[in-house]
Design a binder for this molecule. Structure first.
Ligand SMILES: Cc1ncc(C[n+]2csc(CCOP(=O)(O)OP(=O)(O)O)c2C)c(N)n1
Ligand SMILES: [Mg+2]
Length: 551
């Protein structure tokens, strides 16, 4: 006989879980106690806010490909965690969030902190349910792992009534979950080959979730064999090594206009894993809805995504590894005619990653990025949240292949620090570099306490421009000069870091950065460098003055 809490935790161990993130609550004490019993097998990371905990679990999953696990309490715990459930949804990340729930005897009275999670998360979770019978825990948890990882990966929420967790029952554990994956039909691969045989300006766009190292290698080999230019969808730049001479850049928010033009000019777009969402199509403009002017081969692990927005000429329902393996086996029957098109795109990319001269302010973020990419190890994991500072990161950093980027396609602020913490837990030997804006950092900065508590030497760069710069940019565009609701008075970030027990430093001039970086890396613990940048530079190519002059 075991308690529900113990059956649940045994199930997690059985499915291969070695790390769980939480903010505790009295609603799931029995789970906490069961976690105490298995503390040598399954480590529990206690966090400071459920948004941080759940984003850590989400980033953990991005790095391992296995579901991230998070425990939160009912009511406010679950509403705090919802930010990451949304991230996992948009980012196609397998995530399982367990929520303590009121006892079954009080259900539907609006008991203290009671929420009906089926309603609350019905739209953003891939699956949400409540386990009312402890004897069914192995079934529900097995299903949670299968649902989270199958097809298009996504978030699962399971509510756990607290009295169910203390019930003593006799039940057998389920075996470890097994991943199923759809393989492309042979005629779909023939159709792809035919499309390539008649194309003159093809473009490969990679995106989505469910990638593996092997799939990334296979798709790279396919690109080489057909000499295809490869763009990555918004914040999916690590799907191919950016040093590869077929990589042509990111098709995301603020993309190089030349990439946008190439997508427009392409006569064949092969989208692999990418949904071709708003951020990668400039608001559904580069490809028209529902029928793009380009021929479209659309490969996606979820059949319901095919035809959801775009009518593809060749829709292919397949998991990334299976498709990439099949694509690697293809070969052109004659030399391809588009090599000049690929070379030109690559040349533009190489030029684009060199920062433009003279942006306003004493700290040039472009030069800082160049120093970082020249200095830090190739396997550094780079994380960020949302804000205009990410335009520099995603433009000038060169991602070195799969699982070197943690960046929310959901566009959530506050993601960078929790993600970097998860990166250090999954890969203690690698450098975890977090970028945050001054706005972004204070949305999850309390997790610096978590980094200190577990002695995780994340490296944080806070880009302080004294404002919600991204919104200021839109404001200047639409309501020039009416600066309202976007200015920020900030703490001394370096002193704040030191008060947590981390290393903290402030950089006010570009030339100070190399030494500050050296010291931060030598600090032997979490370290934060605040860059005091000018609010005049809105992006690597746009200043407030230039915007107002245009206006
Ligand atoms: C959780 C969340 N709240 C609000 C927004 C809207 N938003 C997008 S960028 C941004 C400003 C970010 O400011 P900061 O981190 O300082 O970066 P900056 O743009 O100044 O470089 C805001 C408020 C968002 N994306 N996510
Ligand atoms: Mg800012």
């Amino acid at each position: 006989m075991r308690t529900g809490g113990r059956i649940l935790v045994d199930a997690l161990v059985g499915h291969g879980v070695d790390t769980a993130y939480c903010v505790p609550g009295e609603s799931y004490l029995a789970v906490l106690d069961a976690l105490y019993q298995v503390r040598d097998t399954l480590r529990l990371i206690v966090c400071r806010q459920e948004g941080g905990a759940a984003h850590m679990a989400e980033a953990h999953a991005k790095l391992t490909g296995e579901p991230g696990i998070c425990f939160v309490t009912r009511g406010p715990g679950s509403t705090n965690a919802s930010i990451a459930i949304h991230t996992a949804r948009q980012d196609s990340t397998p995530l399982i969030v367990f929520v303590g729930q009121v006892g079954r005897d009080a259900t539907s009275r609006e008991a203290w902190q009671e929420i009906d999670y089926r309603h609350m998360f019905g739209h953003i979770a891939k699956w949400v349910d409540q386990v009312d019978d402890a004897r069914r825990l192995p079934e529900f948890i097995s299903r949670a792992f299968h649902v989270a990882t199958s097809g298009r990966p996504g978030p699962v929420v399971l509510a756990l009534p607290e009295d169910m967790l203390t019930d003593l029952v006799d039940v057998t554990d389920a075996p470890r979950y097994r991943r199923s994956s759809a393989a492309p039909a042979p005629d779909a691969m023939d159709a792809l080959l035919r499309e390539l045989e008649t194309a003159e300006r093809p473009l490969l766009v990679l995106g989505g979730g469910g990638w593996t190292r092997e799939a990334s290698d296979d798709i790279t080999a396919f690109a080489h064999r057909f000499d295809l230019p490869v763009a990555c969808a918004f914040r999916r730049q690590d799907l191919i090594d950016n040093h590869d001479d077929h990589y042509i850049g990111e098709a995301g928010l603020g993309m190089d206009p030349r990439i946008a033009q190439r997508i427009r000019d392409a006569d064949l777009v092969i989208a692999v894993g990418a949904r071709l969402g708003e951020t990668s199509t400039q608001g559904y403009a580069l490809l028209e809805v529902p029928r793009p002017h380009q021929r479209l081969v659309h490969v996606h692990p979820d059949p319901s995504e095919l035809g959801h927005v775009y009518h593809a000429d060749v829709p292919v329902n397949a998991a990334m590894p299976a498709f990439a393996r099949a694509a690697r086996a293809l070969a052109p029957r004659q030399p391809v005619p588009w090599s000049a098109w690929t070379r030109a795109a690559r040349a533009d990319q190489l030029q684009y990653i060199e920062p433009p001269a003279s942006m306003p302010g004493e700290v040039d973020l472009g030069l800082v990025m160049v120093h970082l990419r020249d200095t830090l190890p190739a396997d550094t994991i780079v994380s960020n949240g949302a804000g205009n500072y990410t335009l520099w990161v995603q433009r000038f950093w060169r991602y070195r292949g799969l699982r070197t980027q943690l960046a929310p396609t959901s566009g959530t602020m506050g993601y960078g620090l929790p993600a970097a913490i998860a990166a250090k837990l999954v890969h203690p030997e690698r450098t975890a570099l977090c970028f945050a804006g001054d706005g972004c950092f204070l949305m999850s900065g309390q997790e610096l306490a978590t980094a200190v508590q577990y002695q995780l030497d994340v490296l944080i760069i806070v880009v302080n421009n004294g404002m919600y710069g991204s919104i200021r940019m839109h404001q200047e565009r639409h309501y020039p000069g009416n600066v309202w609701g976007t200015a920020l008075t900030n703490p001394d970030f370096a002193a704040l870091a030191r008060s947590y027990g981390a290393h903290g430093a402030t950089v006010t001039r570009t030339a100070e950065f190399p030494e500050a970086l050296q010291r931060a890396r030598a600090a032997g613990g979490p370290a934060l460098i605040e860059l005091q940048v000018s609010g005049e530079a809105l992006s690597p190519k746009l200043t407030v003055a230039a915007l107002r002059a245009q206006g």
